[in-house]
Design a protein around this ligand. Structure first.
Ligand SMILES: [Mn+2]
Length: 207
């Protein structure tokens, strides 16, 4: 059995505890979402903030890589809706996989058009709740340069706050991933920003 998944289930034994998992890279989201879904007995809706869709069937031959988590999640039926927000680095395969799995991909190039909808989301009804996965690289590198895969043209911290604050739904678990301390050379600002994201999610996830 998977150590991460088992740990998540252990936390969830103790109602009302809810898991908030810190990466590490994005490969961790698959075992976490799988465990949450198995524990709750059905799929969740996922709000996924990221510069990348992480939905390759396999990346460099690895089906369980950081770039494949959401392919495994959708294949396994662990999510009903998957909304990807902040996307600005996507390949043809990323779009094809998105279409195949019915993923709602919101790219940065249309963010100003989509933002009103994204800031008034209602998720998780009719399923087991909402899972939020935040890749720190969803933020513009001006706000969070300490990540492994820097992509300019991203979300502002305020954009993320607005989406989180206005999201309606029962958030049952979450993760914050891809903070890279080795690249956080500007006064540790990305660590601070990631910590703020954890705080916001903690408030959101609390019953
Ligand atoms: Mn990413």
């Amino acid at each position: 059995m998977n150590v991460v998944g088992e740990s998540v289930k252990l936390v969830m034994e103790q109602d009302p505890l809810r898991p908030l998992v810190l990466g590490g890279d994005h490969s961790i989201s698959f075992p976490v979402v799988r465990a949450v879904s198995e524990k709750l007995g059905g799929p969740v809706d996922i709000l996924h903030l990221d510069a990348h869709p992480d939905i390759y069937h396999a990346f460099e031959g690895n089906k369980y890589s950081h770039a494949s988590s959401f392919a495994r999640i959708m294949e396994g039926g662990y999510a009903r809706r998957l909304l990807q927000v902040g996307i600005r680095s996507i390949t043809r395969e990323g779009r094809e996989q998105g279409k195949k799995f019915g993923v709602e991909q919101y790219e940065m190039r249309t963010f100003s058009r989509d933002r009103h909808f994204l800031e008034n989301l209602k998720l998780g009804e009719g399923v087991k709740g909402v899972y939020i996965s935040i890749d720190v690289d969803s933020l513009d590198p001006a706000f969070a340069p300490g990540v492994s895969h820097i992509e300019p043209g991203g979300l502002s911290f305020r954009d993320v706050l607005n989406i989180l604050h206005n999201l309606q739904g029962d958030v049952v678990a979450a993760d914050v991933v891809e903070f890279n301390p080795q690249r956080d050379t500007v006064d540790g600002m990305t660590a601070m920003v990631a910590a703020k994201l954890v705080r916001e999610l903690t408030a959101k996830i609390s019953k």
